[in-house]
Design a protein around this ligand. Sequence first.
Ligand SMILES: [Zn+2]
Length: 213
Amino acid sequence: MVDSSCAGTYVVRKGDTLSEIAQRFGTSVRTLKQSNRLRSDIIRVGQKLTVSSVGSQVAEVRRSTARIRVNKKKWKYIVVHHSATPYGNAKAYDRVDRSEGMKNGLAYHFVIGNGRDSRDGQIEIGRRWTKQLHGGHVSRWEYNNHGIGICLVGNFEKQRPTRKQMDSLKSLIRYLGDDLLGGRYDFLVHKEINPTLCPGRNFPTREMHRMFG
Ligand SMILES: [Zn+2]
């Protein structure tokens, strides 16, 4: 059943569908309909829905972001990376980045696990997000200073991102970009900023641009 501690209110916007809202909050159409006593799939703009984010990776990001003051003017880009390693997690990358002289540690704001050193699709929240610090993930100041860096664990020159990683990534971008920044952001992958293979040829860059502009 619905865990009320994770529940919130969502106001339906133009173009929304129940299935899309369900996906965004990591829940199902069935659960949404039950918790809102809806008899059909029809929703209208402005309608308030009770959404439960049980099981959603983004729910934890939402909760922890609700406790901080987000510097909305600062963030203009969402930049996606792969780790270029088959394993790792936020803690491991933090150690590497510190050993390479980054005093703020983990260069990314978020790390999405692949089931090796963190759960498949798990979103780890970096200190740079909770402290609203600039990233250290690209070698152009504009994008480090104004870009939210998200790293997916894996080497996507060789492997593919897992389905759960992609689901978490899409939900995270919808939350950060649409809900938090009101759509005022550019979606980019690392190789569009610097000459690099990141996030690898198997990352669905074109599909992601179709979804996120
Ligand atoms: Zn990168």
